[in-house]
Design a protein around this ligand. Structure first.
Ligand SMILES: [Zn+2]
Length: 103
């Protein structure tokens, strides 16, 4: 069953690392990603406008081997982007794609 909303609230998004802003109208909880100029082009989450937050890339430090990992525009392997807010944090993990066997 779907709830019918007469008006879908407008959500404004911004990025603490670059000038990107956006507006979405979506009834379901959602997040907004963009290719962030402030994080060397990584696909990073935006935060609701007015939120005090920082968004940081977490560089991958362990051995990469034959996995396909996410690199930023500077060629650094990035394992996650962490959004830290006053009330908690979110982690966006770039899961590496392993080659070879399954199971
Ligand atoms: Zn950005």
């Amino acid at each position: 069953m779907r709830a019918a909303l007469l008006t879908v609230p407008e959500r404004r998004w911004e990025c603490p690392n670059c000038p990107a802003i956006d507006v979405t109208r979506e009834a379901q909880p959602h997040s907004r990603f963009h290719n962030c100029a402030g994080l060397a082009g990584l696909s990073a989450p935006m935060v609701p406008a007015g939120t005090r937050a920082k968004v940081e890339a977490v560089e991958r430090e362990d051995y990469i081997g034959s996995e396909d990992v996410q690199y930023d525009g500077d060629g650094r392997p990035v394992m996650a982007v962490v959004t830290t807010r006053d009330d908690g944090n979110d982690v966006t993990v770039y899961a590496p794609t392993a080659h070879g066997r399954l199971g």
